[in-house]
Design a protein around this ligand. Structure first.
Ligand SMILES: *Cc1c(COP(=O)(O)O)cnc(C)c1O
Length: 819
């Protein structure tokens, strides 16, 4: 057999049939859809493995610096289609399927969706892997191989119900276990210090061991020879079974110990922008950071020998938010305890190797661990944190003598808690925000004290999305139209989308653009009916708000506005709007009662409208079940309006906003996160901006003068809509369902301010922007010009640009040579 067998229509066919024969002992006719999927996936995998071998070789020969991108989440979505696309093999596979009488969609549908993330943070990590490989940069993504990903959501009687997501049930076609790289992770125990050759050495005794076993998912770059790797660590007990208990006949106990170890990689925490000090979570964080570091150091020594002084020139550890922040004390532990380096040298190497991205300024999301928990679970790490903290505070004292409050706010250990963000800022060489506005807020507010001491560390790098998945794969109609109109250059250099800008003046192009959008709306409508049994009309405006449910994202603002529209229609028989389908999709964290209430509110408003003969002609509200990456791929190309309503300053960047923009939806949004930059790219005439600005929000909070009740009293429309929450109009059988929601908006609860996310404050401005949007939509030429402008200006939001910025500012990786 030749080293590089060709993959073409014929050999793909042969491979698929051969695999069915060899693995399942069946013919194509007898095969189940799952078996067909597996045979196809396995063929694609063979094709990838071929490239992977060459890439490994190249990296070794070139001794290239490698990035380890640590993230507690990688929300990749499905892999099959993306892999075909990046191999530039989609057409070959389609042709082979045609010969075999298989439908592409039927095959793609069979892949279980890896939902190993909550939302934006995890999806960003996945887009980054795609861009890293596409730009030929050597990188390994590192995370946990959760047996259960984010829960699957069902909506029953208008309310969220959570079901487990057992995505590995039928196996994972893309992963390759790397048993030879398994490592031990130690928990608990006691630290003992002893003098060895005149040096004080710390060793951990009586610890419990968990084995970390890596599973590698190859990540192919688009039209590239480079295959990077997403490494997911799985927890195993060192004793497959406790033989002593087993031979005593105590089978349950024998299994217990094993369960205890393996629970570490069992489930993804379903929290987003919220933090809880759970011991299992701390174990998860240490588990995958320690495993990653042990491997990275082993690989470094294998490649470069025992001298670790060049570590920062050969590896970069990037931490996606503070969850992998224990990379800092763990690297110190390895360098000092295991490699025998001096504290000073270890500290220098650590700082120069580690970089940190912050993802939120919301105080409830900033990670803080009880010191006692850290001490019990990770005693040696705790001791290292104490020493890092002691040295840090001594330096800070020189700068701010006697300012104990300020030093306490910057310390790693303070008020019986471990402050992860402070650790990550003090002991890394780079701290970045994820949009320009977010970067400013970090410097001026959240981490202002640190900024004054170490300004050179701070930067802002705006997030991005991969145009492979979010345009080429998701929107083949628009992709073909672009190919025909501006050539195919944009597929390799997304900045070329700009060339479509002048085409907004071309009537024929506008028509073609509209046809593509309409086709995507029809496709989405059919998909929705099949999946959820809901019929929507593709001739109506598709207005979409999809993202995690959180009060700061203000789905409630959208829902109250819909209720106000309903009231206008109900009160005035001559009131008309352009028929609109409002589409929501959002999962709420299972413990977040208010978020679940908002889901219920949306669904109740939907039912109210459904029952009204005239309102239901102009408005339809649908709540998509189980919003995930595959849903987004179907939805983005069909969307016409993108709702980005966060209270200004709260959304660090947003990436959903970029997916919509690239697919030609027009944004209605606040000046928050990357919306600001979308505004800068398209200009004020091609976006609907409303609401308070970030500095105004800050000033209002600081003044403490906000009084939502005053708005309630003076604004009739708001008063009417809010009163419906409690007077039985919405839920006649149970009028108290939304009492809490009402109270939180008007009076505040548990000592919190009323309406902390300023829903009522921004309502008037939002409502006016919506009126303009409605009128513009009726002017087809004007609307299409806006839509085209959005797609044409979206190039800067490619994650290729983002990764190039990270690389030139922070990592300094060299692209591998192409063959
Ligand atoms: C892009 C994406 C997100 C992030 O959306 P935001 O609007 O930026 O919060 C969340 N979930 C999924 C499935 C996504 O694809």
């Amino acid at each position: 057999m030749p080293l590089m067998p060709e993959y073409n229509r014929e050999s793909i066919k042969t491979s698929i049939l051969g695999k069915l024969q060899r693995y399942d002992g069946c013919s194509l006719e007898e095969a189940t859809p799952k078996q067909v999927y597996k045979a196809v996936a396995s063929t694609v995998r063979d094709q990838i493995m071929q490239k992977w071998r060459f890439e490994k070789e190249a990296r070794k020969n070139e001794k290239a610096k490698r990035l380890y991108y640590l993230s507690i989440e990688f929300l990749t979505g499905r892999w099959l289609h993306n892999n075909m696309l990046n191999l530039c093999a989609t057409e070959d596979y389609k042709a082979a399927f045609k010969d075999l009488g298989i439908k592409m969609e039927d095959v793609l549908r069979e892949e279980p969706e890896p939902a190993l993330g909550n939302g934006g943070l995890g999806r960003l990590a996945a887009c980054f892997m795609d861009s890293l490989a596409t730009l030929d940069l050597p990188a390994m993504g590192c995370s946990i191989r959760y047996e259960y990903g984010l829960f699957r959501q069902r909506i029953v009687d208008g309310q969220q119900v959570e079901l487990p997501d057992s995505w590995l049930e039928y196996g994972n076609s893309w992963e390759i276990p790397a048993l030879e790289d398994a490592v031990e992770i130690h928990f608990g125990g006691t630290v003992e210090e002893e003098w060895v050759n005149g040096q004080l050495r710390a060793t951990l005794k009586d610890y419990k061991t968990v084995i970390a076993v890596p599973y590698d998912m190859p990540v192919v770059g688009y039209d590239s020879d480079v295959v990077d790797c997403l490494r997911m660590w799985s927890a195993r007990s060192p004793q497959r079974i406790d033989l002593a208990s087993f031979s005593r006949g105590d089978f349950a106990r024998a299994a217990e110990e094993r369960e205890l170890a393996e629970v570490i990689s069992k489930v993804l925490y379903p929290e987003d922008k919220h933090y809880e000090g759970k011991m299992l979570r701390l174990k998860q964080h240490y588990f995958f950071t320690s495993a990653t570091l042990q491997y990275a150091i082993k690989d470094y020594k294998r490649t470069y020998g025992p001298d670790l002084s060049h570590l920062p020139d050969k590896v970069a550890f990037h931490i996606n938010d503070t969850h992998p922040g224990l990379v800092i004390p763990e690297l110190m532990r390895i360098l000092v305890d295991e490699e025998g380096l001096s504290w000073e040298q270890a500290e220098d190497l650590t700082i120069r190797s580690v970089a940190y991205t912050n993802h939120t300024i919301m105080p409830e999301a900033l990670e803080r661990w009880p010191e006692s928990m850290m001490r019990d679970v990770l005693p040696r790490i705790y001791a290292i944190l104490q020493e890092l903290n002691r040295r840090l505070c001594a330096r800070l004292f020189e700068r701010f003598p006697g300012e104990w409050d300020r030093i306490g706010g910057m310390a790693i250990l303070a008020y019986d808690q471990v402050h992860m963000a402070n650790l990550c800022i003090a002991y890394s060489h780079s701290v970045n925000g994820v949009s320009q506005l977010h970067g400013e807020i970090l410097k001026e507010q959240t981490f202002h004290d640190y900024y004054t001491v170490m300004p050179e560390k701070f930067s802002a790098i705006t997030n991005g999305i991969t145009p492979r998945r979010w345009l080429m794969l998701a929107n083949p109609g628009l992709s073909s139209l672009l190919d025909e109109s501006i050539g195919t250059g944009w597929r390799h250099d997304i900045a070329e989308l700009r060339n479509a800008l002048p085409l907004r003046d071309d009537a024929a192009f506008r028509d073609a653009f509209e046809k593509v959008k309409y086709g995507n709306k029809v496709r989405f409508s059919e998909w929705l009916e099949r999946k959820q049994g809901v019929k929507i009309d593709p001739a109506t405006m598709f207005d979409v708000q999809v993202k995690r449910l959180h009060e700061y994202k203000r789905q409630l603002l959208n829902a109250i506005h819909i209720l106000v529209l309903y009231n206008r229609i109900d009160a005035d028989p001559s009131y008309e709007i352009a028929p609109r389908t409002f589409i929501f999709g959002a999962k709420a964290a299972p413990g977040y009662a208010r978020a679940k209430q908002i889901i219920r509110f949306i669904n109740v408003v939907a039912q109210l409208i459904e029952r009204h003969p005239r309102a239901s002609k102009m408005i339809k509200v649908v709540f998509l079940e189980n919003y995930d990456v595959s849903t987004a791929e179907m939805l983005m190309p069909a969307a016409e309006v993108s709702e980005q309503l966060s209270t200004a300053s709260k959304e660090a960047s947003g990436t959903g906003n970029m997916k919509f923009m690239m697919n030609g939806a027009v944004t209605i949004g606040t000046m928050d996160g990357a919306n600001v930059e979308i505004h800068d790219e398209v200009g004020i005439d091609n976006i609907y901006i409303f609401g308070m600005r970030a500095h105004e929000v800050e000033a209002l909070y600081a003044a403490g003068t906000y009084n939502s009740a005053l708005i309630f009293e003076t604004n009739q429309e708001i008063r009417k809509a809010l009163t419906m929450m409690i007077d039985g109009s919405l839920t006649p059988d149970n009028p108290i369902v939304f009492q809490d929601l009402y109270h939180a908006l008007l009076f505040g609860e548990y000592g919190n301010m009323a309406d902390p996310y300023l829903v009522l404050k921004d309502f008037g401005s939002y409502s006016m922007a919506q009126r303009r949007l409605n009128d513009d939509y009726l002017n087809r030429e004007k609307w299409l010009r806006m839509a085209i402008t959005n797609t044409a200006c979206s190039g800067v939001f490619s994650s290729d640009r983002t990764i190039e910025e990270y690389n030139s500012k922070i990592w300094h990786l060299k692209a591998l040579k192409r063959h």
